[in-house]
Ligand binder design. Structure first.
Ligand SMILES: *Cc1c(COP(=O)(O)O)cnc(C)c1O
Length: 231
């Protein structure tokens, strides 16, 4: 199967999941995760109509961004180190994985200096895994007033990577938890949270059924990754 065929297939599955959930067409948008894939693959996907691409690492993305037309939207979906914040704010339209109050405060200070108001998502460790990045749901609720007060950031929503499961349906409670957390926080000050970034190749349909507005799909579009990206 070509990248174009894969893309069409994924888009139609997203549409069916929207329909099943009674959601409007286009309310769940696809982020094509191009990490580890060469720029020619990204171009093939762009030519097939895709405009939003997700990369894990700032450095790797910087090699691809200039090769794509300017209407391409780049999202940073991997963990962000402080020393990459400036570059990230310059090149990405959405940063998905802001995982601590400290990082958010630092980004707010950099944004103030540069006069930008970047859009970010907060990563939530919905499975309460020791090994995972992200706010625990409890910490996020506790720190929310401080986060919501960061004037130079637009906190657009929440993101999660649930624990690995065999069957996509087992991920459903985690997606639901993220949606409920978004609803809880939306009533507690700050701008309304609109985005829920959740769902990957093996479980994006479940995520759409549970309210995902952004699904991050790599393997199902580009094929298997031949090497693991560095963290
Ligand atoms: C790699 C990655 C994805 C895509 O995963 P696939 O299983 O290849 O669809 C999604 N989200 C994040 C944060 C990733 O690192």
């Amino acid at each position: 199967m070509s990248i174009q065929q894969n893309l069409e297939h994924i888009l139609s599955r997203i549409r069916s999941a929207e329909l099943r959930a009674g959601r409007p067409a286009g309310s769940a948008r696809l982020v094509a995760v191009s990490k580890t894939f060469p720029v020619d693959d990204v171009k093939a996907c762009y030519d097939a109509g895709q405009r939003i691409f997700g990369e894990n690492r700032v450095q790797e993305a910087l090699g691809k961004i200039p090769a794509l037309p300017p209407d391409t939207e780049w999202h940073l979906i991997g963990p962000l180190q402080r020393n990459k914040v400036r570059k990230a704010l310059e090149h990405f339209t959405l940063i998905h994985a802001v995982d601590s109050l400290r990082l958010a405060q630092f980004m707010d200070a950099v944004a103030q200096e540069t006069g930008k108001r970047p859009r970010i998502l907060l990563e939530v460790n919905v499975g309460d895994e020791d090994s995972k990045f992200g706010f625990s749901p409890e910490t996020l609720e506790r720190e929310w007033p401080e986060l919501a007060a960061l004037d130079h950031l637009e906190i657009a929503g929440l993101m999660c990577i649930p624990p690995p499961v065999e069957n996509p349906d087992e991920a459903r409670p985690y997606f639901r938890r993220l949606r409920e957390l978004k609803e809880t926080l939306s009533g507690k000050g700050g701008a309304p949270l609109r985005e829920l970034s959740m769902g990957m190749s093996h479980d994006f349909e479940t995520a759409v059924e549970e309210g995902a507005t952004l699904v991050r799909v790599g393997t199902a579009i580009f094929g298997g990754r031949s090497y693991a990206p560095a963290p």
